[in-house]
Every structure is written in structure tokens, then in C-alpha cells.
Write a protein that binds this ligand. Structure first.
Ligand code: ATP
Length: 137
């Protein structure tokens, strides 16, 4: 069964957006498989964003993601990876239609509310990075 990794970013936790993000995935019909609130280590964040290691925004991105608690979660359902990206919206919130999470809640690329896996393979990698087997149903 297809699964994706969604992670509510620190300022969205602080702004009280966790519930709305969960609601949008639930109302679409996806199943919440795992979820927790945690402070991520620098090591975990660097591994998570390893594809961006050479980018200029990598150090501030890792710093920002470590600036407060995050809410990583795993969602399951047919087509959840692609639809998860559609529910989130474009990377740059200024490109989004209202109705997407990023379109509704952000105007800044660096603070674009939540992360979502971009492919089935990256979802598998990210889920195993953030969750132990015993945390996954
Ligand atoms: P995410 O991986 O968080 O879901 P994404 O897959 O839409 O986002 P990526 O291109 O993988 O986007 O970038 C990862 C994250 O890095 C983005 O969510 C954003 O927070 C940050 N980022 C990407 N590009 C920039 C940039 N040019 N300036 C600042 N931050 C950026």
C-alpha cells in the first residue's frame, strides 16, 4: 500500500496549523498511519535534505527545521504521494492557488508550512529515516 511522508514545519506547529493539515488529508480519505511531535537533530535533518546539501539554502533550511518541534507523519492510500503534493501545493507558495495548504497559509518559500515526499521511492527513504518499524502500523 502506498505511503507518503508529510512533516509539519516548525513555524506551522507554532501557528497552530497541525489540525488543519491533518484534516485536509483525512477528509480526502487518506489513513494516518503514524505521527509524533519531536525536535529533529541536525544529523537527521541533514540526512533528510541530503539532495540539497550543495544548495545555498541548505544551511538556513537545516537551521530553520531544527528551530522548534516538528510533526512528522505517515499517510497511506492509493495515490497518496502525488495527491499529498497537490494538497500541499507548489514549493513556492506564491505559485499556489488558494485551496492548497501552501496557497492558503504562506507567502514564503523557506516557510512553506509542510514537507511532502515527491515520489514513492523518496517516501520510503524518508519514512525509514523518521520512524522506526515499531512506530509504523
Ligand atoms: P519539501 O521537500 O519541503 O516538501 P519541496 O519538495 O516542495 O519541499 P524542495 O525543492 O525539495 O521543495 O526544497 C526543499 C525545501 O527547501 C523547500 O520546502 C523549502 O523550504 C526550501 N527551499 C527550496 N528552495 C529554496 C530557496 N530557493 N530558498 C529558500 N528555501 C528553499
Amino acid at each position: 500500500r502506498e505511503r507518503t511522508f508529510i512533516c509539519v514545519k516548525p513555524d506551522s506547529v507554532q501557528r497552530g496549523l497541525i489540525g488543519d493539515i491533518i484534516k485536509r488529508f483525512e477528509q480526502k480519505g487518506f489513513k494516518l498511519v503514524a505521527m509524533k511531535m519531536m525536535q529533529a537533530s541536525e544529523e537527521l535533518l541533514k540526512a533528510h535534505y541530503e539532495e540539497h546539501a550543495a544548495k545555498p539554502f541548505f544551511p538556513p533550511l537545516v537551521k530553520y527545521m531544527g528551530s522548534g518541534p516538528l510533526v512528522p507523519m505517515v499517510w497511506e492510500g492509493q495515490g497518496v504521494v502525488k495527491m499529498g503534493r497537490m494538497i500541499l501545493g507548489e514549493t513556492n507558495p506564491l505559485d499556489d492557488q488558494p485551496g492548497t495548504i501552501r496557497g492558503d497559509y504562506s507567502i514564503r518559500m523557506a516557510k512553506n508550512v509542510a514537507h511532502g515526499s515527491d515520489a514513492v521511492e523518496s517516501a520510503k527513504r524518508e519514512i525509514s529515516l523518521w520512524f522506526t518499524d515499531s512506530e509504523l502500523n
